[in-house]
Design a protein around this ligand. Structure first.
Ligand SMILES: [Zn+2]
Length: 390
């Protein structure tokens, strides 16, 4: 189990002590810890520590703030009554002050670490139960999971998350030099999708979104040659109709520049990371199996039986002979003709389905139609076939 890090509590406790003093109440440091723990929903501060509760700063950006009734109101009132030995009325007057300070600080339980890091597996139910206020409908997907309204995702390791992002990522960004920022800060609004955790019900249908707790950063230049960063934050949602339940369905994309950041009063990206983007671990798409992996930490030695390069070569051969599409059998035969090892048809079929868009294929009936091909009769809309986008 990881150790509890009390660092984020410190400045907020100081703010609480000062705010209580200006209201005529003396609040010692250890009692400030108790008040803060109660504001998050915990019974005592020692429980926060005992569960090694992961904490994070989740800044709610001004224009995203919803007018929401503060949670744990009754609990916090009772705790302040006991801690300070004051009347209910006096405690009630202090509750909004505590809520304002906590909201402004952005202090929150890091619910993503609870889901994605195995070290929190044994305590995540207790922690989510604490932060859940049963007087309200859940607004967090993680809390809805604890209540049994949603299943917990099963593919949670970094390797699995990267694997599930790969098909969407490879088709657009596979060729780019890209870096992985794990647990990105929320001090930049463009990074908040990485830590989204939302749940709502509309017309009996649950809408969910859970960020994967990482952002892929691509250093780039605009058309005038000015540097900018493309930030890609994948999110997943729960889909009852999908066999895996949870699936990665969206990669949120934002472009930021230093000038823009400064103009909006937000820190520069690299100041926030604390180092150059190029010093973050690199993420790469394997040109053979099209998986996404972190480099060099999760070094990838490709042992996949399907070879995307072979598929691309086969498509090029078939196109050269005038074909505009092919069945899986025909693609397999063309791969062998191009000198590649034969692949089991079922495996090939599954791979083509998963990576169709990255491979520039579209399925019609039993045929894989080649997209982005040059149609001889249609030179006006001539497009050069660029092969696999990796
Ligand atoms: Zn590979």
């Amino acid at each position: 189990m990881s150790d509890f890090d009390a660092g984020l509590f410190k400045p907020i406790c100081t703010a609480l002590i000062e705010a209580f003093a200006s209201e005529g109440h003396h609040l010692g440091r250890s009692n400030a810890h108790e008040v803060l723990a109660a504001a998050l929903g915990f019974w005592t501060y020692s429980l926060v520590r005992q569960h090694a509760t992961p904490l994070a700063t989740r800044l709610v950006h001004r224009y995203e703030r919803r007018e929401e009734l503060p949670r744990h109101w009754a609990h916090l009132t009772k705790r302040i009554e006991v801690i300070l030995g004051v009347s209910t009325w006096a405690a009630q007057a202090l509750v909004p002050i505590v809520h304002r300070i906590v909201l402004d600080s952005g202090l929150a339980v890091d619910t993503h670490s609870l889901i994605f890091e195995s070290e929190h597996l044994s305590t995540r139910d207790s922690i989510l139960k604490a932060i859940d206020d049963v007087d309200f409908a859940p607004t967090k997907a993680t809390v809805a999971m604890r209540r049994g309204l949603l299943p917990y995702p099963t593919r949670t390791s970094l390797e699995e998350r990267l694997h599930d992002v790969a098909p969407q990522y490879a088709r657009e960004f596979g060729k780019r030099t890209a870096y992985l920022w794990l647990k990105p800060s929320t001090q930049i609004r463009a990074l908040t999708p990485a830590v989204e955790d939302s749940y709502s019900v509309l017309n009996n249908t649950a809408r969910t979104s859970l960020g994967l707790n990482f952002t892929i950063v691509i250093p780039d230049k605009d058309f005038r040659g000015k540097p900018h960063f493309t930030l890609l934050s994948p999110t997943m949602s729960f889909d009852e109709a999908h066999p895996d339940g949870w699936r990665v369905n969206l990669i949120m994309k934002f472009v930021v520049t230093d000038a823009q950041q400064q103009a909006s009063g937000e820190p520069k990206l690299e100041d926030l990371i604390g180092k150059s983007v190029a010093d973050l671990p690199e993420v790469k798409v394997c040109p053979r199996c099209l998986t996404l992996h972190m480099h060099p930490e999760l070094g990838h030695h490709c042992t996949a039986s399907v070879n995307a390069i072979g598929i691309t070569n086969a498509i090029e051969r078939l196109r050269a002979s005038g074909a505009t599409g092919a069945t899986t059998d025909q693609l397999s035969a063309a791969m062998v003709a191009a000198g590649h090892v034969e692949t089991d048809l079922a495996t090939l079929e599954q791979f083509l389905g998963r990576h169709a868009r990255a491979l520039r294929l579209r399925r019609y009936g039993g045929v894989w139609v080649f997209t982005k091909t040059q149609a001889p009769s249609d030179s006006l809309f001539e497009q050069r076939f660029e092969g696999l986008n990796i």
